[in-house]
Design a protein around this ligand. Sequence first.
Ligand SMILES: [Zn+2]
Length: 284
Amino acid sequence: MMSGESIYKWYKPAVTSDSDIGVNAYWFIFCGNKMLVKVEKDKAVSIPFTKTAEELNILPVRKQYLGTLHDSPCFSVEVSSDTGICNGLLFQDLYTLYEVLAEDIFLLAGKAIQIVRWDQEHQYCSRCGSPTETMQNERAKICPKCGFFCFPRLSPAVITAVFKGDKILLAHNGNFQDNRYSLIAGFVEPGETLEECVQREIREEVGVEVKNIKYFGSQPWPFPNSLMIGFAAEYDKGEITADGVEITDAGWYDVNNLPQLPGKISIARQIIDWYINWRQYEQT
Ligand SMILES: [Zn+2]
């Protein structure tokens, strides 16, 4: 997470291992979007740490080596939906495990679920349809027939806090399940810079022009395969007009009159919290 520690403080990535046999390993085991976790008597939640996945009564459909976490090997595993599980273990939606799991485990789980999906979705070459082979020296698959390579797919998306004086632009997206207001976001299109994407998304969704775009920070967002790239920008011109398709309502908000905000897991909220701290500091 952007506000926390770097994942590389604890984690050393690798694609193949020569020393993972016979020692305990961290198992990131997924069934769809759900990850296998262990709930202790004191309600602490962790992931399995055993020598093999089979010890957990789990039969992996596919397995990938991820590298080491605190010098112990880690694997991502996909299991079929009819898999049985031991007592004390259960599958939980990864999204709900934020601030439940230890930060290092949660961060690596975000990588693991993307590797699992990539592995599952690239069993065949997308160019000629032949079965692919997993490369031994990098995270890639190759088609032995036509030579096509495929790497884990990432979809970059920008998310921007727009400021007009001491107010921030917040918008409600029709797809939100609740009455939450957030920042304007959207996927980067082929052929545009991140700054052009920021301007286009804000123009399309709320009809406003922005200037002085500044990078804020980024966050892997594995729900699914996104990389969120956060910006702050200054209002330039135009009246807010919600597009009525994605955005159903938008407005300028003061720190003393904020609507329901997104959860703390998101970079949107981290940028908004930065705004809140800045305004509260100015007002004291
Ligand atoms: Zn091919």
